[in-house]
Design a binder for this molecule. Structure first.
Ligand code: GLY
Ligand code: MN
Ligand code: MN
Length: 436
């Protein structure tokens, strides 16, 4: 992502918060995995969205109209010893030259410098509740300023959620963001296609995971957007199964939900396919039902249509289909009204997708489902999960879990499936698997 893109975002934020106010946002922390070992660092998405700065121990401040510079970055000072042990870091010089901060200060001096920046400001835009140390310090700084009122200094009188503004910005993707989402989607699709071709009965689920990650990394995407779900047979009925430890059996389906991250933008794909390369009759019927539900949902993706219509379309197809196959009994409208489908389709049709896999942005505005707009990106992922111990359905359906998930960009006149590179019809899946 070019610096100019981050700059545009900062400009828009400053215009929204307005002169006389201030916004503050902190980086993510390094997290300890065990003793001296850390989890791989992942920057806070909001912080990265505004700064492109990929280090811990940093904090960005935005003060529209400040004469000495509107964008201030607090970060670690350059330390040659740290550079030797841990690698490159920008330092104050880099913060200004490379990351285009107007001013940079050592993060260790935050306590001395930031309170002065809060003086005489009106509103403080701040993501409350994400960093308890900083929450605590902010309240102390504000109280200290209040104590100086006799010297004519006024303290900010409003703490406002920064997320609301920022998340509305993040919800509508720019062309530069779509490019990264597209790359994440394409590489992830390649990974899914590869495992469809390579999988064999007897492989372990974690070996399939290794093959996926291999494709992601060979194509330049080192991080996964979330822990991969590789679930053979009944494991697919556990929605967030990530143990990935069992051996794959011929005759079972394999559900794989995995996506790579490209410069902090996620892909999120699920495919379900037969380990042996051919669907059984029961698997085929349920699979086709999930696919029909997905296609019906996709048909409801268009600017101006409400977000919930895709979900409702999928619910209708699934409920009708379950009645037809004998898994539900009763009248379709009553079953829908009483949400009986939830026994087998218990999640919603999808979510916003972006820097976070479950991305930010409100789904309702003033208590009404919001209307889709060009530039939104979302997943469409209906599923059916028939628990192994579900006594009220015929034994042939039990232990089958199916989800089909694509990443979809809302365009000016409809939608574009970013993850089209991986087959999903029964015929295409069987053809790809049998040709391998
Ligand atoms: N991979 C998480 C989800 O599909 O929402
Ligand atoms: Mn998803
Ligand atoms: Mn998923």
């Amino acid at each position: 992502m070019k610096q100019s893109e981050f700059k545009k975002r900062r400009k828009k934020l400053m215009q929204t918060i307005g002169y006389g106010n201030i916004a503050i946002i902190a980086s993510a922390d390094m997290r300890i995995r065990n003793r001296d070992v850390h989890y791989p660092f992942r920057q806070d998405s909001d912080f990265y969205y505004l700064t492109g700065f990929n280090e811990a121990d940093a904090l960005a401040v935005f003060i529209p109209g400040r004469a000495q510079g509107e964008y201030i970055l607090f970060c670690r000072e350059f330390d040659p010893k740290k550079a030797l042990w841990e690698g490159a870091h920008a330092g104050l010089d880099g913060a200004v030259k490379k990351y285009e901060a107007d001013d940079a200060f050592p993060i260790d001096d935050l306590d001395d410098i930031l309170p002065g920046m809060l003086e005489n400001k009106g509103k403080v835009y701040y993501p409350m509740g994400r960093n308890s140390d900083l929450d605590h310090n902010l309240l102390i700084w504000l109280n200290d300023i209040r104590g100086q009122s006799r010297s004519g200094i006024t303290a900010p009188n409003e703490l406002v959620s920064l997320e609301h503004i920022l998340h509305e910005m993040r919800l509508i993707k720019t062309d530069a963001e779509v490019q990264l989402l597209r790359k994440a989607a394409e590489v992830s699709a390649q990974g899914h296609l590869k495992i469809m071709q390579q999988v064999r009965a007897g492989h372990f689920e974690y070996q399939v995971e290794a093959d996926l990650v291999h494709t992601f990394m060979q194509n330049g995407l080192r991080a996964v957007a979330y822990p991969s779900i590789v679930a053979g047979g009944k494991n697919a009925c556990v929605l967030h199964y990530t143990e990935n430890k069992d051996r794959l059996k011929s005759g079972d389906l394999l559900l794989v939900d995995a996506g790579a991250e490209c410069d902090h933008y996620a892909a999120d794909i699920t495919r379900t396919f037969p380990v042996s390369g051919r669907f059984s009759e029961a698997q085929r019927e349920l699979y086709q039902l999930v696919l029909d539900a997905q296609l019906a949902a996709l048909d409801r993706i268009k600017p101006g249509l409400a977000w919930n219509l895709a979900h409702d379309a999928a619910v209708e197809v699934i409920t009708k289909g379950l009645v037809k196959l004998g898994l539900l009994k009763g009248r379709v409208p009553t079953l829908i009204k009483n949400e009986k489908y939830k026994e087998f389709f218990m999640h919603r049709i999808g979510h916003w997708l972006g820097m976070d896999v479950h991305d930010v942005g409100a789904y309702k505005i003033e208590n009404e489902w919001r209307l889709l707009q060009a530039g939104m990106v979302l997943t469409v992922e209906p599923g059916l999960y028939i628990p192994e111990d579900c006594k009220q359905v015929d034994a042939k359906w039990r232990g089958i879990g199916i989800r089909i998930e694509d990443d979809v960009l809302v365009t000016a006149d409809g939608y574009e499936v970013l993850t089209h590179g991986v087959p999903k019809t029964i015929a295409d899946i069987e053809r790809v698997m049998q040709a391998a």
